[in-house]
Design a protein around this ligand. Structure first.
Ligand SMILES: *[C@@H]1O[C@H](CO)[C@@H](O)[C@H](O)[C@H]1NC(C)=O
Ligand SMILES: [Cu+2]
Length: 234
C-alpha cells in the first residue's frame, strides 16, 4: 500500500524534524569563564566523557519532559539526569550567562530559574530527589498583544538564544544546583501538552550572604492541572 507507506514516512520525517529543532544549553559563562554544557550529541556515545558542571541527561533526541512526568525524577534535571562531575564557581550577586544551541520560535513560553542547596556534601554526590528548589527568577508573557504574544522564549531567541541569570546577592555561600528551564506552551491547551526543558548546572556560590530560602522538591514543582499548563496560547 504505497500511499500508507509514504504517509507514514512523512509523519516520521515531520516529527524527527521538529524534535531536531529543540534545544539544550551549550555552555554557561561566568565572569568570562566558559563552562561546557552536557553535550547530548557526543557525551552519551563517549567512553569517558569530560566531567562538566552540567548534569547529564539521556534526552539524546533533544526532547522534553511533559506534565505526565511532573511527579517523576525526570522533571528535576531532565530525563535520567545524573549529578554533574564538576561545578562552576560564582560569587553571590554575579551573573550566569546561559547559551542555548537553538530555540524554535514556535515554542513560546516562560523561562524560569531555580536554585537548590546541595548541603555540605556538595552537588557531585547529592541525591537529586532530596533537592529543594526555590525560584530566583521568572519571566513569562511579556506582551499579550497579537496572540500568542511575546514570551520570555522570544526574548531568549532575540538574545541569540541566551539568557542572563543573576545569583541573589544575599544567598548563603555553598553548593547549589542551578535549574534553568524553558517551558514551551504552544500545545499546552491539551492536557499534558506542555513541554518542560530543564537544564541543570552545579555551582559553588561564594560570598557572605545568609539567606537560605525554603524550596520544594523537584517532583513537587508542578502539577499537570496547574492553570498555566492548560492555557491555550495559540
Ligand atoms: C550566538 O551564539 C552562538 C552559539 O550558539 C555563538 O557561537 C555566537 O558567537 C553568538 N553570537 C553573538 C553575536 O554573540
Ligand atoms: Cu517541540
Amino acid at each position: 500500500m504505497p500511499s500508507f507507506t509514504s504517509k507514514t514516512f512523512l509523519a516520521i520525517f515531520a516529527s524527527a524534524a521538529s524534535v531536531a529543532a529543540h534545544g539544550h544549553v551549550k555552555n554557561i559563562v561566568i565572569n568570562g569563564a566558559s563552562y561546557q554544557g552536557y553535550d547530548i550529541n557526543v557525551f552519551p556515545y563517549t567512553q569517558n566523557p569530560p566531567k562538566v558542571a552540567a548534569w547529564t541527561a539521556s534526552n539524546t533526541d533533544n526532547g522534553f519532559v511533559g506534565p505526565e512526568s511532573f511527579a517523576s525524577p525526570d522533571i528535576i534535571c531532565h530525563k535520567n539526569s545524573q549529578n554533574a562531575g564538576a561545578h562552576a564557581v560564582v560569587a553571590a550577586g554575579d551573573k550566569v550567562f546561559v547559551q542555548w544551541d537553538t530555540w524554535p520560535e514556535s515554542h513560546h513560553g516562560p523561562v524560569i530559574d531555580y536554585l537548590a542547596s546541595c548541603g555540605s556534601q556538595g552537588c557531585e554526590t547529592v541525591d537529586k530527589t532530596s533537592l529543594e528548589f526555590f525560584k530566583i527568577a521568572e519571566a513569562g508573557l511579556i506582551n499579550g498583544a497579537n496572540a500568542p504574544g511575546q514570551w520570555a522564549s522570544d526574548q531568549l531567541i532575540a538574545n541569540n538564544n541566551s539568557w542572563m541569570i543573576q545569583i541573589p546577592s544575599n544567598i548563603a555561600p555553598g553548593n547549589y544546583v542551578l535549574r534553568h528551564e524553558i517551558i514551551a506552551l504552544h500545545s499546552a491547551g491539551d492536557l499534558n501538552g506542555a513541554q518542560n526543558y530543564p537544564q541543570c548546572f552545579s555551582l559553588v556560590v561564594t560570598g557572605s550572604g545568609t539567606a537560605r530560602p525554603a524550596g520544594v522538591k523537584g517532583t513537587a514543582l508542578y502539577t499537570a492541572s496547574d492553570e498555566g499548563f492548560l492555557k491555550r496560547i495559540l
